[in-house]
Design a protein around this ligand. Structure first.
Ligand code: ADQ
Length: 473
């Protein structure tokens, strides 16, 4: 079996048990631990100058990490990746800015990471690249003569062509994505947006079995919704139930109902709207005063990007205002915690709550929604209130699906969730556990990798045939 090389912007902390708040890190590490292989990417450190990768082996996973210079970090990571691509791909082009120097830095870092990886690549390796930081990575490897199968998975949404075109170098980016052998998206809607861009711009055509022929290349373009390991999560949620933090939460609730939200602190997660919809519930239904609290756990991320500082201030302002308006001496409506938790503990906290409140304005998938469901006690499960704009909404039929821009609808859904009878809660929970088991994290990884192996062989045969035909014509 060929060796797997995973490439992502950031290689997750390698110490076991250390919280890694980020869906990509969690999905990739769990997937890689089972098959073994190499994980290549940025160490998270700022280096004075570029240096060769640091190699560290833990179990069957080899970590190969490199530092970034301050200039690389500013232009590639903080700049083009997180101030241009992230907001635009989440339909927030109002928050997006474009700077040519930053884009040049983005291309430069992709090329330099590709150069460093090339030294580690063996002829029969397969390479799996992750996320928006590395859209042109395969093209950089191909320019260096790397012929191995290379796949790409986008963890965030891919916007419709009209929005994609607001990124000035949009065509160069899409063209370079066509250097991959497989391009995977979270949902069919994302896949369709990519295909629409190619077809409407007359850049290529789609044939049967999701094969795209564009810019002289054949690639597979398909949806591979990322999953979790629901039974492992259920077990952890139960086992961690008597940890001190969980007991303290239970005691503090003193019979009150608990609505729970967990996100990275990001404007795409819809936190302000979520607080305001909770406020609307308290306004519309005073009977819930003193009887329900919202716990929002949101560790800050990318705090040196300006838009992230703003969302943090906004949210603190909203939490303070709403608490000021409704709090009683023995009741705080919103508890807002800016910190990370150990993952298993988080699952146990989910299990204490009656409602999982997951309402991003836009999200590739949203693993928290899936983790919330898996953490519940099947005999007495909580209810998931979920945004229609999370990729997960396609896969969680038992959720109360809401439009996060409609505060009244969200408030009504919260009330319905808080009062839902046991039999309905159990039925909804069972409806969601079945697809979570069927499409778990191994299925995501194995389907993607099987397609990559298959397509890479098939398209190299097709490309050779096309070249032979050109020569004999
Ligand atoms: P994220 O935007 O990071 O992921 P999400 O999918 O919800 O969003 O994953 C967050 C992960 O971090 C979850 O596993 C969660 O348990 C964990 N986490 C969050 N807050 C935490 C905290 N305070 N302490 C500890 N752990 C915490 C990106 C995309 C998503 C996509 C994933 C995976 O934006 O749409 O689902 O990648 O592909």
């Amino acid at each position: 079996m060929s060796r797997l090389i995973v490439v992502s912007n950031r290689v997750a902390p390698t110490q076991e048990g250390r919280p890694a708040a980020g869906g990509l890190a969690i999905g990739v590490l769990d997937a890689l631990k089972e098959t073994g292989g190499v994980w290549f990417g940025w160490s998270g450190e700022i280096a004075a100058e570029p240096s060769p990768p640091v190699i560290e082996k833990q179990g069957n996973v080899t970590y190969a990490t490199v530092g970034l210079t301050k200039r690389d970090y500013d232009q590639y990571y903080r700049g083009f990746s997180n101030a241009t691509l992230w907001p635009t791909f989440h339909y927030r082009n109002d928050l997006s800015r474009y700077d040519r120097q930053e884009y040049a830095g983005y291309l430069r870092v992709n090329a330099s990471l590709a150069q460093q990886l090339k030294e580690l690549v063996r002829p029969d390796d397969i390479i799996w690249v992750h996320d928006y930081h590395l859209l042109p990575f395969a093209r950089c490897l191909r320019d260096l003569g790397v012929k191995n199968p290379i796949g790409f998975f986008l963890h965030i949404p891919f916007p419709v062509p009209e929005v994609m075109r607001t990124v000035p170098p949009h065509e160069e980016l899409v063209k370079s994505m066509c250097s991959y052998d497989v391009v995977g998206f979270q949902t069919d809607a994302d896949r369709q947006s990519f295909v629409d861009y190619i077809e409407r711009g007359n850049h290529g055509t789609l044939s049967d079995e999701n094969m795209v022929h564009a810019y002289g290349r054949f690639l597979k373009v398909a949806a591979y919704p990322i999953g979790i390991y629901p039974d492992a999560i259920a077990k952890a949620a139960e086992q961690y139930g008597d940890r001190k933090a969980v007991r303290s939460l239970r005691d503090a609730m003193r019979g009150r109902k608990l609505i729970m939200s967990v996100d990275r602190l990001d404007y795409s997660k819809g936190l302000v709207e979520r607080f305001q919809a909770f406020e609307r519930l308290l306004l519309n239904a005073p009977g819930w005063h003193g009887r329900v609290s919202l716990v929002q756990i949101a560790p800050p991320t990318r705090s040196d990007v300006q838009t992230y500082q703003r969302i943090r201030q906004n949210l603190e302002g909203e939490a303070g205002r709403i608490n000021g308006r409704f709090a009683q001496l023995d009741w705080t409506p919103i508890q807002y915690l800016n910190r990370k938790y150990e993952r298993n503990l988080l699952m146990a906290l989910f299990r204490q709550s009656q409602v999982g409140y997951v309402t991003p304005l836009r999200d590739g998938m949203n693993l928290v929604a899936k983790e919330y469901v898996a953490s519940q006690d099947p005999a007495d499960p909580g209810v998931l209130v979920l945004s229609q704009f999370a990729g997960a909404a396609e896969q969680l039929p038992g959720a109360l699906v809401v439009n996060p821009f409609d505060l009244s609808q969200m408030a009504e859904a919260l009330e319905r969730a808080l009062s839902m009878p046991l039999a309905e809660r159990q039925a909804r929970h069972a409806d969601m556990m079945a697809p979570l088991r069927e499409n778990n994290l191994s299925v995501w990884r194995d389907t993607f990798l099987a397609d990559l192996r298959h397509v890479a062989t098939a398209s190299s045969v097709t490309e050779k045939a096309v070249k032979r035909a050109d020569v004999t014509a």
